[in-house]
Design a protein around this ligand. Structure first.
Ligand code: DOR
Ligand code: ZN
Length: 347
């Protein structure tokens, strides 16, 4: 018997599209399934002003596949030189929907990020007044802190103090990977949400490191032990509106992943929805996917829910997943979920 699942058309609340040939190559993988996405600003050089965000949005719109119905939601990359007036003007003009905080050096193209969190307080205060969310890459960069502990330490050292210093600031803790982060987001006062990725819901660090090192599973924050993955799955299936989908789909051409010092990022855009349907089915609650992927994000951001739908179909045999997306800069290897997927998007 064929089973189908109809969802409200989902959004991706954390996405990397890059620029140029990679942008042109990867954009159709997102526009096929998603209505909107929060687009990360970590280009080289980063998107730091309202004018740069508007220009990047126009490049995305120019690269859209024929007939696509997709709205990129732009962000600014917060630096210690960010001008609060520019942020306010870009928000007022509808150019940006969030500002992204990268601790300097935390991840790909984050060298211009923040080292002194007090220095950005005027920007954060402007954002709090305007209800403009701060999206946070939540990892400390202190070399003394083990990579597997960097998220948990960030909560105590940075996230909680920053939120206390700027009451009313709306924060999204991006791509949470630990039980600690899930608990903080669940219990914190004030407006806080968290995005969760496909890879952190489906895999733990054993998948990356046992039996050989698998560079396509290397992302930041890094995959954690299985108990953390279980906590994330519980969060995603809890029906708590603070948790919503942000794939963090992060394209790097294959040659830059399969090398002695590979880039961080999993490219999940083409198969994210099919994987999530499989995961929620395996967890016994497919009915929770609609709100996780299509309701809680827009509600947090104060945006209307999408009108359209997507339909997924379940086949008895596992489906063949795409292996790579071709771009003018080279192929990008698609994330392998490491389990059989019976779902595909069919309408
Ligand atoms: O794995 C990641 N890749 N994590 C990030 O924070 C950045 C991203 C990228 O830009 O490639
Ligand atoms: Zn990211």
């Amino acid at each position: 018997m064929t089973q189908t699942l109809t969802l409200r058309r989902p959004d991706d609340w954390h996405l990397h599209l890059r620029d140029g040939e990679v942008l042109a190559g990867v954009l159709p993988d997102t526009t096929r399934h998603f209505a909107r996405a929060i687009v990360m600003p970590n280009l080289v050089p980063p998107v730091v002003t309202g004018a740069q965000a508007a220009a990047y949005r126009d490049r995305i719109l120019a690269a859209m596949p024929e007939g696509a119905d997709f709205t990129p939601l732009m962000t600014l990359y917060l630096t210690q030189d960010t001008d609060p007036a520019d942020v306010a003007a870009a928000h007022e003009a509808g150019i940006i929907k969030a500002v992204k905080l990268y601790p300097a050096g935390a991840t790909t193209n984050s060298a211009s990020g923040v080292t002194d969190f007090d220095a950005v307080r005027p920007v954060l205060e402007t954002m709090a007044e305007r209800g403009l969310p701060l999206c946070v890459h939540g990892e400390v960069t202190d070399p003394a802190i083990d990579i597997f502990d960097r998220e948990a330490v960030f909560i105590d050292r940075v996230l909680d103090p920053v939120r206390r210093a700027t009451p009313g600031l709306k924060v999204v803790m991006e791509h949470i990977t630990t039980a600690d982060a899930a608990a903080y987001v669940r219990e914190a006062d004030g407006e806080i949400g968290a995005t969760i990725t496909v890879q952190h819901l489906m895999l733990d660090r054993n998948a990356m490191l046992v039996g050989g090192i698998r560079p396509h599973y290397y992302c930041l924050p890094i995959l954690k032990r299985g108990t953390h993955r279980e906590a994330l799955v519980a969060a995603a299936l809890s029906g708590n509106p603070r948790y919503f989908l942000g794939t963090d789909s992060a394209p790097h051409v294959t040659a830059t992943k399969e090398t002695a010092c590979g880039c961080a990022g999993c490219y999940t855009a083409p198969i994210a929805l099919a994987c999530l349907a499989q995961l929620f089915e395996d967890e016994g609650d497919l009915g929770k996917l609609d709100d996780f992927a299509g309701r809680f994000g827009p509600e947090f951001y104060g945006l209307p829910l999408n009108d359209g739908t997507v339909t997924l179909t379940r086949s008895d045999a596992p489906v063949d997943l795409p292996k790579a997306t071709e771009t003018g800069a080279g192929p990008i290897t698609v994330f392998d979920p490491g389990r059989r997927i019976h779902w595909s998007v069919t309408g």
